[in-house]
Design a binder for this molecule. Structure first.
Ligand code: HEM
Length: 147
């Protein structure tokens, strides 16, 4: 009787453990996007390729004439790392503060997002992943676009 009870509890515990691990498997890891972007090294490389594309883009490059590009690279790397679920904490200005004097238009916002897609493509990031990063940045359109 007692052994039966022990066996039954072991079986229940087993089923519980299997269902727990199955549900953990079903939900993708919270840092999946970060890993797919190549973690810190991959993200730094994307940003490194992104900024020259921005500076060559006549739809938006005028806005960056007085910008410290080294700081911008660091801030974007931190930000992309954080929003993709990586172990970083963005330490820069709020999006409202950083863009308040710039009169950014929707068209300029879209141009910059397009340049970011090009930089990710250059780094062989599948579009399923690059679309996810751009989707994470989309809510920033509100504080950034002021014109
Ligand atoms: C998804 C869209 C965008 C994101 C995620 C983004 C992100 C950022 C970040 C993280 C910074 C650094 C803030 C800091 O220095 O603390 C920054 C600064 C800046 N951004 Fe954006 N930005 C976006 C769109 C744009 C657009 C469309 C323009 C102009 C066409 C723009 C122009 C600038 C400029 C000029 C700075 C430097 C400001 C300064 O020197 O203080 N950004 N942005």
């Amino acid at each position: 009787m007692r052994t039966n009870f022990i066996r039954l509890s072991q079986q229940i515990a087993g089923i519980f453990a299997v269902s727990l691990s199955l549900s953990a498997f079903a939900q993708s890891a919270p840092d999946a996007m970060y890993q797919e972007l190549g973690a810190k090294t991959g993200i730094s490389k994307i940003v490194e390729d992104f900024l020259p594309i921005v500076l060559a883009d006549t739809r938006i490059n005028a806005a960056f004439k007085d910008t410290d590009m080294e700081r911008l690279a660091l801030m974007l790397t931190e930000q992309f790392c954080e929003v993709s679920g990586g172990p970083c904490k963005y330490s820069g200005k709020s999006m409202t503060e950083a863009h308040k004097e710039l009169n950014v238009t929707n068209a300029q916002f879209n141009a910059l997002a397009e340049d970011l897609q090009i930089a990710m493509e250059k780094n062989h990031i599948p579009s399923s992943v690059s679309n996810k990063l751009v989707a994470k940045l989309a809510p920033m359109q509100r504080p950034i676009v002021t014109k």
